[in-house]
Design a protein around this ligand. Sequence first.
Ligand code: NAD
Ligand code: G6P
Ligand code: MN
Length: 434
Amino acid sequence: GIKLVTIGGGSSYTPELMEGFIKRYEELPIREIWLVDIEAGKEKLEIVGKMAQRMWDASPYDVDVHLTLDRREALKDADFVTTQFRVGLLDARIKDERIPLSYGMVGQETNGAGGMLKAFRTIPVILDIVEDMKQLCPNAWLVNFTNPSGMVTDAIIRYGKWEKVIGLCNVPVHAMMAEPELIGKKPEELTHSFAGLNHFHWHRVHDLNGTDVTGEIIAKMHEDASGIPANIHEMPFFKEQLEQMNMIPCGYHRYYYRTEEMLAHMLEEYQDPAIGTRAEQVKQTEAELFELYKDPHLDHKPEQLSKRGGAHYSDAACETIASIYANKNTHIVVSTKNNGAVPDLAPDDVVEVSAYVGATGAKPIAFGSLAPAEKGWLQVMKNMELCVEEAAVTGDYGIALQAFILNPLIPSGETAKRVLDELLIAHKDHLPQF
Ligand code: NAD
Ligand code: G6P
Ligand code: MN
């Protein structure tokens, strides 16, 4: 039997994960699940943990769900560790959204100034987890969703020296679910090829004759926005730009390709007290979800969870674990070491790419070089990420400032420095390294 550990177990997404494992039990025989959280998340852990146990009790399978605040107890002899924690919880995310916006910049969980601060808070914690894993479960696989998932995964390998890791995101899952329908195909009639970074990748699509159907999908995207996760405003891309690149950008590219419009939309919503920032909206959804989870009769994932942007992330998570365990070599889009798949970046850079996932982890599929426009973006974004990671590890102010100045969502100058300073102060309780 498999011992599975989930760090950040008090997340409202946990039922999504349970559903994915119940569905795959026959190929992935889990014996015990340990949900780990911290004092600040204790109440959430209790509620969602009982809900998780009810889901297993309603299934034909005999699995025990353990709840603990003792991470080391949980990690002992684990086979798979998944991470879905949020340092500082949603209140920290509200600051990541509001503070940049108050300076006229995109305020977002994984992009711009907010995304960089989330990395500063998260990377030291994940590196501690890795140190515990070296002692307590040196053969385990680490499956990370904690955002910013690409930078966190890169830091695990680069600074934690832990290679058995796969980073995940639900955005590619959404695209692969929604696009076939746009052009009247079934999912198994299309092949998707992804390359880039987490929340900054592009993809091409082919049919089973090898014909490139990317352009057909681009044409339809302008009539139907169903592939966009719930948390991203549906601002259309410029059609001429997409046709020129003949690739489909990920939903988050909107923040870069249409910064003016996305910012204007954000300012409008966030300044309206009836709407608020995304984290403020999510706080309400979360409260509703936890009310439902308290119901002792509820034993399946409620529909309301699909209001969260991360809906369907268990498809990536559970399929990755099942593919490693049963050496399935499934096509999954993952954050993993490049190893040449995207020649425009270094071999040891973590990229988000199509890969075959099996017993030895992820084998990235070669995508090839990008054209100048996309290559330029990619190289700036990856090197910005590397500055962020170095700042997160060292607490060096100079490299943090370099990252801010390099980040395309932050105009350079005095304001860049002021927004960095305000964020460092606002989050100081979670930034011991600075
Ligand atoms: P959340 O605010 O509910 O946090 C989850 C839990 O993490 C909380 O119960 C919290 O107490 C706990 N936590 C905080 N610090 C911890 C620590 N040091 N150790 C253990 N637990 C800790 O967050 P959420 O909205 O459920 O999201 C969880 C994380 O997953 C976030 O980082 C989010 O960005 C990420 N996420 C990623 C994807 C993806 O596509 N990769 C999808 C959904 C969510
Ligand atoms: C998904 C992203 C996740 C992100 C989530 C935010 O689309 O892939 O990485 O965490 O959206 O959703 P939320 O409901 O928290 O805004
Ligand atoms: Mn994601």
